[in-house]
Design a protein around this ligand. Structure first.
Ligand SMILES: Cc1cc2nc3c(=O)[nH]c(=O)nc-3n(C[C@H](O)[C@H](O)[C@H](O)COP(=O)(O)OP(=O)(O)OC[C@H]3O[C@@H](n4cnc5c(N)ncnc54)[C@H](O)[C@@H]3O)c2cc1C
Length: 536
């Protein structure tokens, strides 16, 4: 039987980091399994390829169950199925959140050792920042981090509009303050996407002790007498499962939906749920698949006074010109992630007790993401998301078939506080778009539209249009063993089964106040030190 020291199930943001760090020791044999294929399409590498990513490329094609508090709407929920995972299909925004987010992991969730002071060195370890080198940033790491290459004049007007409303310009959201509007730094290097696979995996693919199996889906973790000893998997179109053995550990890195799904398929999860679908219970862990948190986006779409955004490049002729410009000069629309401008502010600007609780993403066009309205003329989109939701959802299995899509229920707005804050955030977004500085560029609000003003109308608008920001976390949360809802200990060992860890976005006990790729990479960097025994 094939055997390895470590088997990593999932080559996403976390899995690629682990594959690199664990195989750095030539005496250790590592297998990385990824259900998706290679990122061999140019769209994965050109920054503007993001415009196609929520429309089906390299993803599982999953949806939520009907959302009770959004008038039973079913929302599309893109999750990556390709090497590099989310980092190969995301909008490339490089954000870390506020120091208080990680301090809360310790004080509110008992995740000892994950305070901001503890995790900052791990953010810096991965970073190859092209601009900053200071207390918060470093260069020379595997992950390229750069400022936008071809920003548009409307971005500068957006910053001025913020200042007219009292929101300052911020040159670095990952520095000492998050507040303000500005350019995001992006996971890009030399005008190309810098994903976990291009940054961490490809440079080390030739290591003889690292095996990467693409189109290989883990069906279950094999356990013997309370210990994980291997993984059962299928590769390509084969339906015949094979088992590979793990002499040291199985590391589940299948993402916030994929990891609890795989554990439950292995009989590890809430016993009553497993029994209800006819699965034998190997280990009862009630926290697996619970505590699901996500950021929900609302948005304003406005019509521009002229071609001030990238909408016209949807036309094949202009798209060809953009492609040539990119190939020749590494500039222009194809070099833009389309969401490279935004910032952080407060739903209630009078209440600034902690860090900001609303995040903005300025979309340089309309209809960039699946399900968002596309205008006939040039448009601009301003997304707003409430960052610290109180609602908690679940992920469950519909049956015992490992090929069935999971039941994804974020239960958005089950806590009405989240709805109130989201609608307040949307109002701030509308206010920004209405400031004088943007009048040169923005003609009129199309969505929600002038007629949508009362609380009820805004609620209806939100129910019809809200979309995920793709930041699911928390479904295998870390915490102390004394808490029955903890799934993994702070060194990410699965409580109750030996030789098994979970390392990815699912272990975060609380969603950080930002996009979640950089935090996931940080989690994997620190996990590697735990696994290799460099820290307790
Ligand atoms: C459309 C989109 C836009 C986003 N935009 C941003 C952004 O701009 N900035 C940002 O910071 N974050 C963004 N995010 C979020 C961020 O990318 C994710 O939080 C991060 O990638 C999560 O990493 P992960 O390792 O937990 O999971 P993933 O990266 O999802 O990796 C899990 C991997 O495991 C594989 N897998 C699952 N099940 C199995 C199995 N049984 N066997 C084998 N393989 C399996 C999957 O195919 C996948 O490749 C975005 C996400 C999406 C989807």
């Amino acid at each position: 039987m094939e055997s390895y020291d470590y088997i990593i199930t999932g080559g996403g943001s976390a899995g690629c980091v682990l594959a690199n760090r664990l195989s750095a020791d030539p005496s250790v044999k590592v297998l990385l399994l990824e259900a998706g294929g290679a990122a061999d399409n140019l769209l994965f590498h050109w920054p503007a390829g993001f415009a196609k990513m929520t429309k089906g490329i390299g993803s599982w094609g999953w949806h939520t169950v009907p959302q009770r508090h959004l008038k039973n709407r079913v929302l599309r929920f893109t999750q990556a199925k390709v090497i590099g995972g989310g980092s190969s299909i995301n909008a490339q925004l490089y954000t870390r959140g506020a120091a208080a987010d990680y301090d809360d992991w310790v004080t509110q969730a008992g995740a000892e050792g994950w305070s901001y002071r503890d995790v900052l060195p791990y953010f810096k370890r991965s970073e190859n920042n092209q601009r900053f080198a200071n207390e918060f940033h470093a260069y020379g790491g595997p992950l390229g981090v750069s400022n936008p290459i071809s920003p548009l004049p409307i971005c500068e007007a957006f910053f001025q509009a913020g200042q007219e409303l009292g929101i300052p310009f911020n040159a670095d959201f990952n520095g000492d303050r998050q507040d303000g509007l500005g350019y995001y730094q992006l996971t890009q290097l030399n005008a190309r996407r810098s994903s976990a696979s291009t940054g961490f995996l490809y440079p080390v693919r030739s290591r003889p002790n690292l095996t990467v199996k693409l189109r290989s889906q883990a069906l279950r973790v094999v356990t013997e007498r309370g210990r994980a000893v291997g993984v059962e998997l299928v590769t390509g179109s084969s339906r015949t499962p094979v088992v590979v053995r793990a002499d040291r550990e199985v590391i589940v890195s299948s993402g916030a939906f994929g990891s609890p799904r795989l554990l439950m398929l292995s009989g590890i999860g809430p016993a009553d749920h497993l029994r209800s679908i006819g699965l034998d219970v190997v280990h009862d862990s009630k926290g697996i698949g619970s505590n699901l948190q996500d950021h929900l986006d609302l948005f304003v779409i406005a019509e521009c006074t002229g071609d001030h955004t990238y909408d016209k490049f949807n036309n094949p002729f202009y798209a060809a010109i953009a492609g040539l410009q990119y190939l020749a000069l590494k500039k222009g629309p194809a070099a833009s992630s389309l969401f490279e401008t935004g910032g952080f502010w407060y739903a209630e600007p009078g209440n600034k007790d902690r860090s900001p609780d609303i995040q903005f993403h300025l979309g340089l066009g309309s209809g960039i993401e699946a399900g968002m309205a596309k205008l006939r003329n040039a448009g601009v989109t301003l997304n707003s998301a409430y960052l610290r939701p109180r609602s908690r959802g679940t992920i469950r299995l519909p049956d015992r078939d490992p090929m069935s899509a999971p039941l994804i229920d974020p239960d958005y707005w089950s806590d009405p506080h989240d709805r109130d804050m989201a609608i307040k955030g949307l109002q701030v977004a509308r206010d920004i778009m209405n400031q004088p500085a943007l009048r040169r560029y923005v003609q009129n609000e199309v969505l929600p539209g002038r007629g949508v003003a009362t609380e009820e109308q805004l609620f209806d608008y939100a129910c019809a249009n809200a979309k995920t920001d793709h930041h699911p976390v928390g479904t295998c949360r870390m915490g102390p063993t004394s808490d029955p809802s903890s799934v993994v200990t702070p060194d990410l060992k699965l409580i109750g089964i030996e030789g098994l860890r979970v390392v990815d976005a699912s272990v975060m006990p609380l969603v950080p106040s930002c996009n979640t790729n950089a935090p996931t990479i940080m989690v994997a960097e620190k996990a590697a030190d735990h696994i290799l025994g460099r820290i307790a």
